[in-house]
Design a protein around this ligand. Structure first.
Ligand SMILES: [Zn+2]
Ligand SMILES: [Zn+2]
Length: 633
């Protein structure tokens, strides 16, 4: 199907409302990412603001680089970056050359597949960014050389696209795989900037060239992505944006309608069903939450340029959750699979939000970031409000099962509910803490998924600051908030998990006040169990107990096998454990009401090569109570 600039089509949305996608706005007149007015405004911003000038210079620098040399596409598609880790220690590899890949930790060198093709993932990604920046540079400068080079790269990909073998992360030709990349997810992340760049230079290209790029690349990739049907998921959000942007760029209203209005998986369904009542993306990870925000705005902007407003209040609430759950430095608690998403690093997303909704709290996040990003250049307000980065009040996100308890000198995040699908961790009643100006209680988040250590450690219960029963991993069940009180400088939550271990009821009550956290963990059952209360924090660990080295391993499975340098002992009465780091100290004072066995050791942290000290208190019986006070200085 070839777009005609004069044809006007009306598409009915899910609710029977005309979407008013016009042939004109869906193709030549829609630059998806921006428009002529925004480009002019951005030039003015760049004349008087260092941040805007830096963002524009970066685009122009990339574009100039993309003019160098010849266009030489790889002979095959790229592979999954999650393979690019050392199999021995999980550390990410360094690329020594296109065919040599070395672990910076242990020096092991890897060759062949899948490593060589992961390098090609980077090559294809750079071409996609080049197409985007060449398109923008053409619109900023009017220099036709940029448009010609973008056309050359796009034409080369149109010629090659159908010849690249479809492949998934295992190298198999299956639905879900891509041609440029190994997943429809990565194919989508690749396609969006390519569609942007194409729409920016489209009118400079000959009609026959346009037809080839539209049919053999944009629509072909959109069809491959669309054939892989998912439900409510961050990946589907990326796929929708890719299919929608390709549809707008190629004038294919059917693709646009599919991306926006498909009742099971379109953009509107993702917002209606994927965003919990308190604004958190249902997968329960701030990392995936931010990744979903990243996925959504390209289609919302492309639609906006076509006269379709997708920016509703439910979508807006996605920008509230990271604020509700941020520690004072902007870091999220690392709950679930989570690569980390500090608020300041999300500045580009808050530029979009401040431009569309003008809420001061969004502008304040943008103000804290360097603002040298594309969204600030194209959409950013010239002046953004100053003020605190995160709220000072405590927040309960009951629907998504998170709470953030804030006091002047101590902050605690607790997770009790909404397991979070495939990216959920078995860590109900997990506590992540902050005090004395730094993070202490740690959730290490996740590492590259291709590494066995990810499943063995990061997805174990003992890797988290909660209770492990009988050395087993918790079931993927939700807990709940039973009580919540906040005011007069103190916040208390009681949260429980009744079904993560059969026949065991776990209840944690946490109060944050001043620079202290009072923390009581009750375990109750009709049968006898072994209860392991664990706490992980970075720094140097000392304790009031006399501990002896050993055993070699506390247990052989469920994550315990990764706890090294174990020492153990039996406290008589109260005791303390203290972590020191960067001139600050964190002291845990433990009540010794019941007989206990204590272990210390070290285990992987955010970087798998880290050895983070941990304390395990073990009690046996039908019931057990762990009474701890966390003090920060
Ligand atoms: Zn290694
Ligand atoms: Zn976790």
């Amino acid at each position: 199907m070839c777009p005609s600039p004069t044809r006007r089509a009306v598409i009915l949305g899910a609710a029977g409302i005309p979407l008013a996608v016009h042939g004109a706005t869906s193709a030549a007149g829609n630059w998806l990412l921006t428009d002529a007015d925004q480009i002019e405004a951005a030039k003015t911003k760049a004349e008087t603001n260092d941040w805007a000038k830096a963002a524009l210079d970066s685009v122009l620098r990339n574009a100039r680089q993309a003019l160098q040399g010849s266009v030489e596409l790889p002979d095959r598609g790229g592979q999954w970056p999650h393979w690019y880790s050392c199999m021995r220690d999980g550390v990410k590899l360094d690329t020594v050359s296109p065919t040599r890949h070395r672990c910076p930790e242990c020096g092991t060198e890897y060759t062949g597949e899948p490593y060589d093709s992961v390098v090609l993932y980077g090559v294809h990604s750079r071409y996609a960014q080049s197409v985007r920046d060449l398109g923008l540079a053409f619109r900023f400068t009017g220099d036709a050389a940029y448009a010609r080079r973008a056309g050359d790269i796009l034409s080369a990909y149109a010629t090659r696209y159908g010849t690249y073998k479809r492949h998934n992360t295992a190298g198999d030709d299956k639905v879900g795989g891509g041609r440029i990349m190994a997943q429809t997810l990565d194919e989508s992340v690749w396609l969006i900037p390519v569609a942007w760049g194409y729409s920016l230079v489209r009118e400079t290209l000959a009609v026959a060239v346009r037809a080839r790029i539209e049919n053999d690349l944009l629509v072909a990739a959109a069809e491959l992505i669309r054939e892989h049907r998912m439900g409510i998921h961050n990946i589907q959000c990326w796929k929708n944006s890719a299919v929608g942007c390709a549809g707008f760029a190629a004038g294919r209203e059917d693709l646009v309608a599919d991306a926006i209005d498909h009742p099971d998986r379109g953009f509107r369904a993702q917002i209606a069903k994927g965003v919990t009542g308190d604004g958190l993306w249902y997968e329960g990870s701030l990392g995936y939450h931010a990744y979903t925000m990243d996925a959504l705005w390209p289609l919302a902007e492309a639609a906006r340029h076509a006269g379709i407003d997708l920016y509703n209040n439910r979508m807006r609430s996605l920008w509230d959750a990271p604020l509700a759950l941020a520690f004072p430095n902007g870091d999220p608690p690392g709950f679930n699979d989570n690569g980390g998403a500090n608020l300041v690093n999300l500045g580009n997303l808050y530029e979009v939000a401040y431009a569309r909704w003008q809420r001061p709290e969004y502008g304040r996040v943008a103000a804290r970031s360097p603002r040298r990003n594309l969204q600030a250049l194209l959409y950013g307000a010239v002046s953004v409000p100053e003020g605190p980065l995160v709220p000072e009040e405590s927040r309960l996100l009951r629907a998504s099962g998170f709470a953030m308890l804030r006091a002047r000198g101590a902050v605690a995040a607790i997770r009790f509910g909404l397991h979070g699908g495939g990216h959920g961790h078995p860590d109900k009643l997990n506590l992540v803490t902050w005090g004395g100006g730094r993070m202490w209680g740690l959730d290490p988040g996740s590492i590259n998924y291709g590494v066995p250590l990810h499943r063995e450690w990061y997805r174990s219960t003992i890797a988290h600051n909660t209770v492990t029963v009988d050395g087993a991993v918790q079931a993927d069940k939700d807990g709940q908030a039973d009580q919540w009180n906040t005011g007069d400088g103190a916040t208390t939550i009681t949260a429980s998990a009744a079904s993560v271990y059969p026949g065991v009821h776990l209840i944690r009550t946490v109060t944050v006040r001043g620079n202290r956290i009072e923390d009581r963990f009750e375990c109750a059952s009709n049968a006898e169990h072994t209860y392991d209360w664990a706490f992980h924090a970075p720094g140097r660990l000392t304790t009031s107990l006399e501990l002896k080295p050993g055993p070699e391993r506390i247990a052989a499975t469920n994550g315990y096998q990764h706890v090294e340098s174990v020492a153990s002992g039996r406290p008589a009465g109260d005791f303390w454990a203290r972590w020191e780091a960067g001139g600050a100290t964190f002291t845990l004072r433990i009540k010794g009401a019941e007989p206990a066995e204590v272990f210390t050791g070290a285990a992987p942290g955010k970087n798998p090569a880290d050895r983070v000290p941990l304390l395990i208190i073990r009690r046996r019986g039908h019931n057990a109570v762990f009474d701890a006070t966390h003090e920060f200085a």
